[in-house]
Ligand binder design. Structure first.
Ligand SMILES: [Zn+2]
Length: 223
């Protein structure tokens, strides 16, 4: 109801190309033209990251890269919804029962201030709601400063060293099977460090879900 009133007052635009969606068009997602150009990971394919596994709906390139840039760096919060729609479909292609709670990779307070919002939290909130898991649970925190992983480019060892031991989880982590949400899977170093922190705090298991993944990472069909 509220969203249809808002649609009349502020006609929704495609969060990727910025074109107005037609008043009769359903939803506030990407427009059909943009949807058609998104580079998609085949349903049910995942990336093994050592002890954890990650699913993602898109490859981090082309239109998906553009959507994430607009979401993270240009204030296009509306992109969280269609990204979470796709993440929910990717998660739904896997067998049920792999997780019972959702959490997310925290950003530093400084980076959050710069952007004005916590982009991984927004993805976690939208995805958790779609998966029927209520609100995401805040349990991870950063315990020391790290430089942005982007500045370390493709240096896998440096990326792992940068985030090793940089996260801790509180008592809420104990006993739960977590779906850990982040925006982009590049080397897996951040997700591994967060999964380790959750397990150190007594998590039952951790499964990762991002909006996009680097294409070069090895994929395997979930079985
Ligand atoms: Zn569009």
């Amino acid at each position: 109801m509220l969203s249809s009133v808002l649609d009349l007052l502020i006609p929704p635009r495609c969060p990727l190309c910025g074109r107005l969606r037609s008043a009769s068009g359903a939803g506030r997602g990407f427009c059909p033209a943009c949807e058609a150009t998104l580079p998609r990971v085949p349903a049910g394919w995942v990336v093994p990251l050592g002890p954890v596994v990650c699913a993602a709906p898109f490859y981090y390139e082309g239109a998906a890269r553009e959507a994430l840039h607009r979401f993270k760096f240009h204030g296009v919060r509306a992109a969280a919804r269609p990204l979470a729609d796709a993440m929910t479909v990717a998660a739904g292609a896997l067998p049920p029962g792999l997780w019972d709670a959702v959490t997310w990779v925290p950003v530093s307070p400084r980076r959050r201030r710069e952007r004005g919002y916590d982009h991984a939290f927004l993805l976690a909130r939208e995805t958790a709601a779609r998966l029927g898991l209520g609100r995401p649970v805040r349990t991870l925190r950063k315990v020391r400063h790290t430089v942005s992983q982007n500045t370390l480019a493709g240096d896998t060892a440096a990326r792992a060293e940068n985030v090793r031991g940089a996260f801790a989880a509180d008592a809420a982590a104990r006993g739960r099977r977590w779906l850990l949400v982040d925006d982009i899977l590049t080397s897996g170093a951040t997700l591994r460090a967060c999964a380790q922190a959750l397990c150190d705090a007594g998590a039952g298991s951790v499964f990762c879900l991002t909006a996009a993944k680097a294409r070069r990472l090895r994929e395997t069909r979930w079985s």
